[in-house]
Ligand binder design. Structure first.
Ligand SMILES: Cc1ncc(COP(=O)(O)O)c(C=O)c1O
Length: 418
């Protein structure tokens, strides 16, 4: 935060809608502009340093400028960046994914999580010959037309009305709401974030994911896990390994690209073989399987395999989550290295619970943290993430910042929830 960021934001608002290239990046009074990142820290253009818990919204599980990733990318640049011709690198990363992710017998690489979820829905419809997809209120599956729906209907103008008929919305952690819809409608698939990561962090309740598996088995629908956040964060095999529930298909992204644009959809060979050119379900892209992304992803996965980084990263997250809980006295949900503090009372296990939060109080806390050298995603409805680069020194700075920020905001309001 500072004069240069403020000036750049004024300029950005003239050039980019809202001054940013993705809505969540804009916050009041102005977002800081980045200069560089290294390990667990980032520095803005005004010279302020922050411990980073946003980590580009999840991909950077090894932190900024992870040496193995930087070396792999530098080396690839010497060989060329893009060919539109198959390379062995795609096979290397696909082999890692099929080795670790339980449902992944085959992989199609695309360029973003959004692209992965848009493609997988076509595949599910083609495979089952049915059109309805059941999703959950509060889950996010990318910015395309198919899934931008909540209980109250479309989340954006411009979404064709006809799509509404085929996208059915149930409540997360509520199997009864799923059964009700499944009884009345022929479903091609049930699509779910196994841990809701786009309304804060909301874990599945005991038996919820297995319940979805059973409903899918009974009604002949495919179960699709959107593991764009969770794969290689909860475990090498993602949420499906962590919770021991295997879907038919899954979408991946973020971490598997080591910080470069990526998405993938994976699943049982019998289904994946419908994808063109093996089958008739069309999917294509100039940048799919991008060599630089492949080597960055491969370096990330190899580092995670060698270093027990997932375990350390999760342990670090637990310490920060405990500090938030202790200082603020508010509910904190944590699964492995993703977590969020909720400015509300009581447990948060549904989208309705999360929406009751005092978002303004969260943003006051966020601003106070920033002033004290800690950056988390600027929304009550995102997650904090930790990386293998976060160390004790970061924890000390964070603990102190949380204590000061907590003091500051609760001094301003007598109530903890605003
Ligand atoms: C669960 C989930 N699915 C899909 C997406 C979309 O991914 P991308 O932003 O790479 O398009 C996101 C993005 O945050 C996500 O969290």
């Amino acid at each position: 935060m500072g004069a240069r960021s403020r000036r750049l934001y004024e300029k950005a608002k003239r050039l980019l809608p809202g001054g940013v290239d993705s809505p969540v990046r804009a916050f009041e009074p102005y977002p800081f502009f980045i200069e560089r990142g290294e390990g667990s820290r980032i520095r803005d253009v005004d010279g302020n340093q922050y411990v980073d818990y946003c980590l580009a919204y999840g991909p950077l599980i090894l932190g900024h400028q992870a040496p193995t990733v930087v070396e792999a990318v530098k080396d690839q640049l010497k060989h060329g960046v893009l060919f539109g011709i198959p390379s062995e690198l795609e096979l290397d990363l696909a082999e890692k994914i099929t080795k670790h992710v339980p449902c992944a017998e085959m992989v199609r690489f695309v360029n973003s999580g959004t692209e992965a979820t848009a493609s997988v829905v076509r595949l599910a419809r083609a495979y089952t010959g049915k059109e309805n997809i059941l999703i959950f209120d509060g889950c996010y599956h990318g910015a395309h037309d198919h899934f931008l729906f909540g209980k109250k209907g479309p989340k954006s103008p411009g979404i064709p009305h006809v799509l509404r008929q085929n996208t059915l919305v149930a409540s997360f952690n509520d199997l009864t709401s799923v059964e009700k819809i499944a009884r009345k409608n022929e479903l091609a698939a049930i699509m779910v974030e196994p841990v809701m990561g786009n309304l804060g962090c909301i874990p599945p309740t005991e038996g919820f994911l297995m319940g979805l598996r059973e409903i899918c088995n009974e009604c002949g629908a495919l179960l699709i896990f959107d593991e764009v956040i969770t794969c290689f964060r909860l475990a090498l095999g993602g949420a499906q390994e962590f919770f021991n529930v295997v879907p038919d298909l899954a979408t991946l992204g973020k971490i598997i690209g080591g910080g470069f644009p990526i998405g993938a959809f994976v699943g049982k060979a019998e289904i994946m073989k419908l994808v063109a050119p093996a089958g008739k379900v069309y999917q294509a892209g100039t940048f799919c399987g991008h060599p630089v992304t492949m080597v960055a992803g491969l370096a990330t996965v190899k580092t995670l395999e060698r270093k027990k980084a997932i375990e350390r990263t999760s342990n670090f997250a637990r310490k920060v989550a405990d500090a938030l809980r202790r200082e603020l006295g508010l509910p904190v949900n944590q699964v492995a290295s993703m977590f969020q503090v909720f400015f509300t009372e009581g447990n948060v296990s549904s989208s309705d619970d999360a929406r009751k939060c005092d978002k303004a109080a969260f943003m006051r806390f966020h601003r106070a943290l920033l002033k004290n050298g800690v950056f988390a995603a600027p929304s009550q409805f995102e997650c904090w993430f930790t990386s293998a680069a976060h160390a004790n020194e970061d924890f000390e700075i964070t603990k102190k910042a949380i204590a000061i920020a907590s003091n500051e905001i609760f001094k301003a309001t007598s109530s903890k929830c605003g």
